[in-house]
Structure formats: structure tokens, C-alpha cells
Design a protein around this ligand. Structure first.
Ligand SMILES: Nc1nc2c(ncn2[C@@H]2O[C@H](COP(=O)(O)OP(=O)(O)OP(=O)(O)O)[C@@H](O)[C@H]2O)c(=O)[nH]1
Ligand SMILES: [Mg+2]
Ligand SMILES: [Zn+2]
Length: 302
């Protein structure tokens, strides 16, 4: 399922055709709420033989979910059946916020989906500034792509990384997600935002996630998602957060306390690793901030 609004869904078939389909009656009650872009579905001609109906939603191998915005209960599924999340930030215009980058990464890790990072608009600042941003993430084990759509830098490597896979492009508004996809696949004509230079604030140009089949010989899909101003971690238990920082993993389990939060406990291997430089201070600070923000698990309403 590529996209859908108002109960009409665009479905891409194995034969390469696209159909507009609605949900078959018995699936309707709960199906409309559950269907996400990327879902694999079965379609059949409906009773009238003129339209298509979705008759079955298949199990997902992955889902990218985040917490529903402001107060609403439950999770919002951004996309289903994703192989990797491509977290896009601009090195300038808009200014990158590493705390927010860390939240995007934690969401991917929490959903057990591989993540890579794109730092776009690299032509706007010195290479040293880009490196300063990139190095902590490379140290954490992430691939960091340095790109410029404007100067067509780094696009070949990014193309190789998305060909043949299903990739969700996420990140704040105005960083160039749609621009990158258009540059990688010139047949795409995704809408690009015109950032007002004076305000320097991205208006949300992309509305609603769209699954896009790639014309690469190796196939694959990309998902262009609307930029997020704020990313809420869905109801993640605080004790799972440490595992969402891949560079913490070698140290987990060797703290003095088995349920160590790595915040204040004595003889904590994570904090020792921060002191020795094996974990960067910036990433540890993000961990502390996120840990403090996560709701108390005893508050069952959240
Ligand atoms: N200087 C510079 N500007 C870029 C680059 N890539 C994209 N832009 C500009 O950044 C602005 C936003 O680009 P979009 O592709 O619409 O950004 P987006 O991330 O898709 O934004 P949303 O759809 O709102 O989430 C546009 O004015 C682009 O022309 C780049 O490499 N360098
Ligand atoms: Mg966009
Ligand atoms: Zn610890």
C-alpha cells in the first residue's frame, strides 16, 4: 500500500501496476485504523467487478512507529515493512539539533530498524563543521552520508545505500528529504519547499508519508515523510533506552547493578566508558535527557 486518504488506498502490485482500492467490508471496522503505508495487502476485484478491494492485510516484518502527538493514546505507525531509516538533517538552514537527531535514531533503534544518517546542505558550511557533527555518530557505528543536493555531492553513495531496499526518509522539515529523493531518482517529482531565507523555517511541504516504488533494476521503495518539528518517543520503557544507543551495548550487563539506569549508580560501566571516551559525552547527555523525559512506567495511562 503506497498511500491513502479517506478510505481510498493506492496499491502497487507485484506486476508493477497501481490500483485504487478500498477496504473490503469485513476488514473495515479495524482495518482502516491499522493500515499503514508499506503494508502488504491482497487485493481483489470487488463485487461490482469495476473497483479493487483490499481483502487481507499481511503481517509486517517491521514498523516505524512513534508516539501519537500531544496527549493522544497509542502509537502512530509512520510506515510498515521498512528495512532502514534514513535520518536526514541539514548542517545549516535549518540549524541541526543533535538532541533531535538522537531522538530519531532512538525511534529507529526502538523499532529495531537499521538507521543511517544524512547530513545535507554540506556546501553551506566548512568541512570541519560537518566533521564535528558527523564524528560522534561514526564513532557510535552509524554510517554518515555527507551530501549536497545543490552541488550533487555524496549522492552516488546514498543511491547505493537505498537501491533494492525499503528506506524511510525522516528528519525535520526543510532539511531536503524530498530534494534528495528527487536528486537520487530524477523521475520522481516530489514537491520541494521554498524556504523563505528571512524566516529560515521550513514549512511542511510534504504532507503524509508516501511509499514510492523505485525503478532501480534491484527494486526497492523509499518513503518520503513530512518533516517533524517534534518527535515523541512512544511508550518506551526507560529500561530499554540504553539498548537504543548502539555504542552502549558492549558495556551493558557489566554494571554493578543489573537494572542500572546509568544515571547515578556507582560502578557503572557506561559512565566509565564515557570517562574514557569510548562513549562520547554528547551522546551520553542525550541519553540522560531522554531518560529524564520518558514517562514513569508506573503511570499506566501513558
Ligand atoms: N543550500 C541547499 N539547499 C538545499 C539542499 N537540498 C535541499 N535544499 C533546499 O531546502 C529546501 C527544503 O527542501 P525539501 O526537499 O522540501 O525539504 P523536506 O525535508 O522534504 O521538507 P518537508 O517536506 O517540509 O519535511 C528547499 O528550498 C530546497 O531547495 C542543499 O543541498 N543545499
Ligand atoms: Mg518533503
Ligand atoms: Zn550502568
Amino acid at each position: 500500500m503506497l498511500s491513502g486518504t479517506g478510505g481510498i488506498y493506492t496499491v502497487h502490485t507485484a506486476a508493477g501496476e497501481t490500483h485504487e482500492a478500498s477496504m473490503r467490508g469485513r476488514l473495515k471496522q479495524d482495518g482502516n485504523a491499522k493500515l499503514a503505508v508499506g503494508d502488504r495487502v491482497t487485493v481483489e476485484r470487488d463485487e461490482s467487478e469495476t473497483a479493487w478491494a483490499i481483502t487481507e492485510i499481511h503481517a509486517r516484518f517491521s514498523k516505524l512507529a512513534r508516539r501519537s502527538p500531544s496527549g493522544a493514546r497509542g502509537e502512530r505507525i509512520v510506515a510498515a515493512n521498512i528495512d532502514q531509516v534514513v535520518v536526514v538533517f541539514a548542517v545549516a538552514k535549518p540549524e541541526p539539533h543533535v538532541r533531535m537527531l538522537d531522538r530519531f535514531l532512538v525511534i529507529a533503534e526502538g523499532n529495531e530498524i537499521a538507521a543511517r544518517i544524512v547530513l545535507n546542505k554540506c556546501e553551506l558550511v566548512d568541512a570541519a563543521v560537518v566533521d564535528a557533527l558527523a564524528v560522534p555518530y561514526e564513532a557510535a557505528g552509524y554510517v554518515v552520508h555527507r551530501t549536497s543536493v545543490k552541488q550533487r555531492l555524496g549522492l552516488d553513495a546514498l543511491h547505493d545505500a537505498v537501491a533494492g531496499r525499503s528506506s524511510a526518509f525522516t528528519g525535520p522539515s526543510g532539511v531536503g528529504k524530498s530534494s534528495l529523493l528527487n536528486a537520487l531518482y530524477p523521475q520522481l517529482t516530489l514537491r520541494i519547499g521554498e524556504i523563505s531565507e528571512s524566516v529560515n523555517k521550513g514549512r511542511h511541504t510534504t504532507v503524509g508519508a508516501v511509499f514510492i516504488p523505485l525503478t532501480d533494476p534491484s527494486g526497492g521503495y523509499v518513503v518520503d515523510t513530512p518533516g517533524l518539528r517534534e518527535v515523541g518517543l512512544w511508550g518506551m520503557p526507560p529500561e530499554n533506552l540504553d539498548n537504543c544507543f548502539p555504542e552502549f551495548r558492549p558495556f551493558l550487563g557489566s554494571c554493578k547493578f543489573q537494572d542500572c539506569s546509568h544515571v547515578h549508580e556507582p560502578t557503572c560501566s557506561v559512565r566509565t566508558a564515557v570517562e574514557s571516551g569510548a562513549i562520547t559525552a554528547a551522546r551520553y547527555e542525550s541519553y540522560l535527557k531522554l531518560h529524564g523525559d520518558l514517562p514513569d512506567p508506573n503511570n499506566t495511562w501513558d
